[in-house]
Design a binder for this molecule. Structure first.
Ligand code: PMP
Length: 447
């Protein structure tokens, strides 16, 4: 570049940087910032009013008022993560699985603490996936992770979902096909959010859990295929059956990595997650994590360990379950009120994903932060479609289903779906928000 030249030379982006796309929801964040009065069913944020400010203040005071401990909390810790935290996580997992610690099949050294569970998802993808390798994921799936996989050059192959979660028969068929074609050698990972999935809110049913693991074992011939179980929403259960993790069936700790987070049941601001994984994978993850950040924030790890130890974590998770259960109920009641059978022929609520008879559906979720809404096929929910702009004009914002959650070119989320997140919406805004939204839909349907 000559001095003063108005056009700089391009930077020579790496292949990975070229494959990395902007967040598919950045336009939503911009829209919400432009218009803070919107009822924001789009943001995947947690309830702002119940964040554990007092608890964190008290815990931090306790940590820092003990000088030795304070110094440790303000020093670097290991890349694997604070010992005490990993032990607390182990105990916590044993209580979630309703089993003694000794029977879990793994120990504290197979738990890696990460900077959010997102970091574990990223690192595991990075460790296993070369460009062109195959990853199987549900359609729809958590878009941040499918975006990550795409940036790694993965060929993400989608399988459908139904009301029982990821369709394991479809996984079996796909595995058989990949086996026949020889492409199974390129399959590295199956990604499954097993509890209250983002974006559908649906949970993998009890019978599908061991079946999915058996499939992974069956097709792990030349190498182990890793089942990446994302359990971010596990602790936000409001009703419905209590499920074991898929990990709990992996008694030799070889085939499943299960990621958990402090973001949803406690506070995203401490940005910590922990993942149980096979020992060889833990070793590789620590090596990679060393290159990323040496280790997660010591102070935050001390806060998380203390919150688990003194019971404030459990107490807070219980408070959150109450808060979100109420919001979930308000969303479902408002959907029923404004889209329910009889009102305008718009359809009826259903536990199922779409069927032809009922043009408007939503998932009756038992936990998590999301409801997946299916509108009649004539309604395009995408950013450029008529609904999105009209909803924004009416004061409501949502995440278009097709735009954000379609995991790959092969998969297809029709354009009539959308995600409602009630995490950060005030309870008083839920019914008015759904009322405004339904008016927009009905107006479009009447055209
Ligand atoms: N998994 C899923 C399914 C998520 O929805 C999220 C965040 N929304 C994450 C993982 C990552 O969360 P965090 O990094 O805060 O743990």
């Amino acid at each position: 570049m000559t001095e003063g030249s108005p056009i700089p030379l391009p930077l020579a982006w790496s292949d990975k940087a070229k494959r990395t796309k902007d967040s598919p929801i950045s336009f939503l964040i911009a829209e919400a910032m432009r218009n803070p009065s919107l009822v924001n069913f789009a943001a995947g944020l947690v309830d702002p009013w119940s964040l554990p400010v007092e608890e964190c203040l008290e815990i931090t005071r306790r940590i820092l008022s003990d000088v030795d401990r304070g110094r440790r909390a303000l020093q670097y810790d290991t890349t694997l993560g604070l010992n005490d935290l990993r032990r607390q996580c182990l105990k916590h997992l044993a209580s979630l699985e309703e089993t003694p610690v000794e029977k879990l099949g793994y120990g504290p050294d197979e738990i890696v603490v990460t900077t959010g569970s997102q970091q574990a998802l990223y690192l595991i993808g990075d460790i296993l996936v070369n460009p062109g390798d195959i990853v199987i994921a549900a359609n729809p799936s958590y878009f941040v992770y499918t975006g990550t996989l795409q940036s790694l050059g993965a060929h993400v192959m989608a399988v459908p979902m139904d009301q029982h979660g990821m369709d394991v028969d479809a996984v079996a068929k796909l595995l058989e096909k990949l086996d026949r074609s020889g492409e199974i050698s390129r399959l590295k990972l199956i990604y499954c959010t097993s509890f209250y999935q983002n974006p559908t809110g649906l949970t993998l049913s009890a019978d599908r859990r061991p079946r999915l693991l058996e499939l992974v074992k069956k097709y792990s011939r030349t190498h182990r295929i890793l089942l990446m179980e994302d359990a971010a929403y596990r602790e936000l259960r409001y009703d419905g059956p209590v499920e074991r993790s898929i990990k709990s069936y992996d008694t030799t700790n070889q085939f499943v990595a299960s990621s958990y987070t402090f973001s949803k049941p406690f506070a995203p601001g401490i940005k910590l997650g922990y993942t149980v994984m096979p020992k060889d994978l833990a070793h590789a993850v620590i090596a990679q994590k060393g290159n990323h950040d040496f280790g997660s924030s010591s102070l935050n790890m001390h806060i998380a360990a203390e919150a688990l130890a003194d019971g404030s974590y459990l107490k807070h998770a219980e408070v959150l379950r109450g808060v979100y259960r109420r919001k979930r109920d308000l969303v479902l009641a408002a959907l029923k009120k404004y889209f329910g059978r009889g009102g305008d022929g718009a359809g009826s609520p259903s536990d199922d994903l779409p069927d032809a008879e009922h043009p408007i559906h939503w998932t009756h979720t038992h936990g998590g932060l999301y409801v997946w809404l299916t509108l009649p096929p004539s309604i395009d929910t995408s950013r450029t479609g008529p609904l999105f702009g009209a909803a924004v004009d009416a004061g409501v914002i949502y995440v278009p289903g097709e735009y954000a959650f379609q995991p790959d070119e092969d998969g297809h989320v029709p354009q009539n779906h959308l995600r409602i997140c009630y995490g950060s919406v005030h309870p008083d805004q839920i019914e008015p928000g759904i009322a405004k939204f339904s008016a927009v839909v009905k107006k479009l349907l009447a055209k």
